[in-house]
Write a protein that binds this ligand. Structure first.
Ligand code: MF3
Ligand code: CO
Length: 256
C-alpha cells in the first residue's frame, strides 16, 4: 500500500502543484484502498504524508508551496492496514535537477540498498548503520544526519530497535530472522547538521543545501534483508511522468 501510494504520487508530480494537493490525493488514495495514513495525528502531525523539498530533510508539512523545475521532493508515506504499518520514502526530482543533486539522490538510494542487504539474521544493527555511513560519508563526502534514525516497524509505527545511519560494524542489537525494520538514510549534500523550524516538525539542513531521503520497510532474512516496499513501480511511474512532462522541461533547458 505504501508503494502503491508513492507510485500515485510519482504520476501526479509536476511543476505548479502544491504539496498540499499531493497530500490530499494520497490521503484519498490510501483511504479508498482500505488503509489509514499512519502519520496523520501521530504526536499531532497534521497530514498523511511528509513532503520535504530541497533543504528540508524530513517531516515537511504539506502546504501552499508550488513545486518548481529543479526541485527535489522527498515524500514519506506511512499506511496502517491489516494491523500493521508500512513506512516508505522516495526522493523525486522535478525537471532539470542539478547533476550534483542527482548524484546525491542516487547515492542515498544506493546506500539504502546496502543497508537492506545488511539486514541479515545474526548481523547487528551497527552493520546496517556502518554500510550506510561508509558509502555516503566515506566513499562520497556527504553529511549523514544523526538526529533522526530508522526504527523497528510493525503493530506500531515506531518500535525498537533504533536504526541509526551511522555506527560501527558489530555494534548494537543482534538481528533476528523476521524482524521488520524501517531503514531510512537522510543524507545531506553539505554538512550533516540540521535544525527544526518553529512549527516543531520541519527539519532543515543548517547550510541550506539539499538533502535526500529514501526508506524501505525491510524484513530481516537469512543471507540478506528483503525490502517489503518496492521502488520498481515508483521508478517506472517516475520515468513515464518525466516523459509526459518533457515538453514543459525542454523549454527550461534552452534557457539554461
Ligand atoms: N517515516 C517517518 C518516520 O519514520 C515519519 C514520521 S512522521 C510523523 O519516522 F509525522 F509520523 F511523525
Ligand atoms: Co520511518
Amino acid at each position: 500500500m505504501v508503494t502503491a501510494t508513492l507510485t500515485e504520487v510519482a504520476k501526479f508530480l509536476r511543476p505548479g502543484i502544491t504539496t498540499a494537493q499531493i497530500d490530499e490525493m494520497a490521503d484519498t488514495f490510501i483511504r479508498d484502498n482500505g488503509g489509514v495514513p499512519s502519520f496523520k495525528g501521530y504526536h499531532g502531525y497534521p497530514a498523511a504524508l511528509c513532503i520535504s523539498v530541497n533543504e528540508v530533510v524530513v517531516h515537511g508539512i504539506p502546504g501552499s508551496y508550488e513545486l518548481q523545475d529543479g526541485d527535489i521532493v522527498s515524500v514519506d508515506c506511512g499506511v496502517y492496514m491489516n494491523g500493521f504499518h508500512g513506512d516508505h520514502a522516495y526522493t523525486f526530482g522535478i525537471g532539470n535537477v542539478k547533476p550534483e543533486v542527482l548524484t546525491l539522490m542516487r547515492v542515498t538510494k544506493e546506500s539504502l540498498m546496502l543497508g537492506v542487504a545488511q539486514a541479515s539474521a545474526n548481523n547487528r544493527v551497527g552493520d546496517i548503520s556502518y554500510a550506510v555511513e561508509h558509502f555516503t560519508s566515506k566513499v562520497h563526502k556527504y553529511g549523514v544526519v544523526r538526529e533522526l534514525v530508522g526504527h523497528g516497524v510493525g503493530r506500531k509505527l515506531h518500535e525498537d530497535p533504533q536504526v541509526p545511519n551511522y555506527g560501527r560494524r558489530g555494534d548494537g542489537k543482534r538481528l533476528k530472522e523476521g524482524m521488520v525494520l524501517a531503514i531510512e538514510p537522510m543524507i545531506n549534500l553539505g554538512v550533516r547538521d540540521v535544525y527544526t523550524k518553529e512549527d516543531g516538525w520541519t527539519v532543515v539542513t543548517a547550510d541550506g543545501k539539499p538533502s535526500a531521503h529514501y526508506e524501505h520497510t525491510t524484513v530481516v532474512r537469512k543471507g540478506r534483508g528483503e525490502a517489503l516496499s518496492n521502488f520498481a513501480p515508483i521508478e517506472a511511474a517516475e520515468q513515464a511522468n518525466t516523459e509526459l512532462n518533457s515538453s514543459y522541461y525542454k523549454e527550461e533547458t534552452t534557457t539554461a
